[in-house]
Design a binder for this molecule. Structure first.
Ligand code: SF4
Length: 178
């Protein structure tokens, strides 16, 4: 679906994925190196796709105000608009989700996170999520509203607060301790 939508807009599939990725990422993850890592590309390939998006006026490179040694990527208005349309399929699930109660949403979210963690263990997806993080302590506070715990940040976590794209994530290796 994304492939056809991308083609209609004169974008390659990887350019379309970059736009959608950049739409929702914090500034520290909007870098060419992160794109290469996330999509399993060489830095040169990722940089080439970014150059093409820049030529099309869909993103700009700019200095990261926190550390001027780094260059971050920012979508232009046109880039945000196309990225929003490319990820518009999410609207199809937004309506039925809106009809669920808070508890049902939390149960569904917990199930989806476990599914993604299991796909990650199989090497089918990559995510920097609490459920696969060596700092995650599940059910450290049983019976509490925030039953889980992040040992790195030393904070309790509710299911709704579990991260799927945490910059501090370190993969928990089965049998590797920690
Ligand atoms: S470091 Fe991030 S991913 Fe790991 S447990 Fe803490 S909040 Fe979750």
């Amino acid at each position: 679906m994304l492939r056809e939508e991308a083609g209609r807009r004169g974008l390659s599939p990887i350019q379309a994925r970059f736009l959608v990725y950049l739409l929702h990422r914090p500034v520290e993850l909007r870098r060419v190196g992160e794109l290469a890592r996330e999509f399993g590309l060489t830095p040169a390939t990722a940089s080439g796709a970014v150059d093409a998006l820049q030529r099309k006026g869909l993103l700009v490179r700019e200095e990261w105000p926190e550390d001027r040694r780094y260059v971050t990527l920012r979508l232009t208005g046109a880039g945000r608009s196309i990225a929003g349309e490319l990820s518009g399929w999410s609207g199809a699930v937004r309506e039925p989700l809106g009809e669920l109660g808070g508890e049902e949403k939390e149960v569904l979210l917990g199930a989806l996170l476990r599914l993604v963690a299991s796909l990650q263990r199989e090497g089918l997806v990559r995510a920097r999520m609490c459920l696969s993080c060596r700092f995650f302590r599940p059910d450290a506070h049983p019976g509490r509203e925030r039953p889980h715990h992040c040992a790195l940040l030393d904070v309790p976590l509710a299911v709704r607060e579990l991260r799927v794209d945490c910059p501090e994530h370190e993969l928990h290796v089965q049998g590797g301790g920690g």
